[in-house]
Design a binder for this molecule. Structure first.
Ligand SMILES: O=C(O)CCC(=O)C(=O)O
Ligand SMILES: [Fe+2]
Length: 182
C-alpha cells in the first residue's frame, strides 16, 4: 500500500480546501515524518455490549489511514453525543483527521472521537497507518487561519504523541491540554 503517497495527496487536498499553500501541512510535519503502522485484532467477544475493542479516543497523529475489515463492522464515530457506525466499503481507505491537524487548521478540521465495538460471532482486523510530525517539530495554528473573527484556539505543541498515551489511560482528551481559554 502506497500510504506515503496517499498521505501527500490528502495533506495537499486539505490545504487547498482551506485556500492555503498546498505544502503547508507537509512542511509542518517535516521530511522525516515516518509512518507508524498499527495492526489491530479484535477477538470475537461473548458480551459485545459490555466489552469494547478500543475505547473512545481521538487520534493524536496528523492523519490516520485506516483499512477496515472487509466483513465485520465495528468502528463508530461520535457526533452530537451519538455514536455513528462507519460503513464497510471493501478495499476503501478511511482517512481520519487527528488532533495535530485540528490544531494546525485552528479547528477547521475536527479530530473525531471514535471507538471500536466488539462482535459476538466474528473476529475483526484493521490496519491503521498514522502520519504525524517528526520529533521536536512545533505544531501551531497556521497564521492564515487566525483573525479577529476566528481567534487562535490552540497553543503550540511539540512531541504531542508523548502526552497522548498518558491522557488516553486517564480517559481524557489530550487536545484539551492544547486549547487556549476563549
Ligand atoms: O479498527 C478500526 O477500525 C480503527 C482503529 C483505530 O481507531 C486506531 O487504530 O486508532
Ligand atoms: Fe483511532
Amino acid at each position: 500500500m502506497k500510504t506515503q503517497r496517499i498521505s501527500e495527496v490528502v495533506f495537499k487536498a486539505m490545504a487547498r480546501s482551506l485556500s492555503l499553500e498546498e505544502n503547508c501541512f507537509l512542511s509542518q510535519c517535516g521530511e522525516q515524518a515516518t509512518p507508524q503502522p498499527r495492526f489491530n485484532f479484535y477477538p470475537k467477544c461473548g458480551g459485545p455490549g459490555l466489552v469494547l475493542g478500543l475505547k473512545p479516543h481521538a487520534d493524536g497523529s496528523a492523519i490516520a489511514i485506516v483499512l477496515q475489515d472487509k466483513n465485520v463492522e465495528g468502528l463508530q464515530l461520535l457526533k452530537d453525543n451519538q455514536w455513528f457506525k462507519a460503513p464497510i466499503i471493501p478495499e476503501a481507505l478511511l482517512i481520519n483527521v487527528g488532533d495535530q491537524v485540528e490544531i494546525s487548521s485552528n479547528g477547521m478540521f475536527k479530530s473525531p472521537v471514535h471507538r471500536v465495538v466488539t462482535n459476538s460471532k466474528r473476529n475483526r482486523i484493521s490496519v491503521s497507518v498514522f502520519y504525524g510530525p517528526e520529533t521536536d517539530k512545533e505544531i501551531k495554528p497556521f497564521d492564515r487561519l487566525v483573525d479577529n473573527s476566528r481567534p487562535r484556539l490552540y497553543k503550540k505543541v511539540k512531541n504531542y504523541c508523548d502526552i497522548c498515551f498518558q491522557y488516553y489511560q486517564q480517559g481524557k482528551r489530550p487536545i484539551d491540554a492544547a486549547k487556549l481559554p476563549l
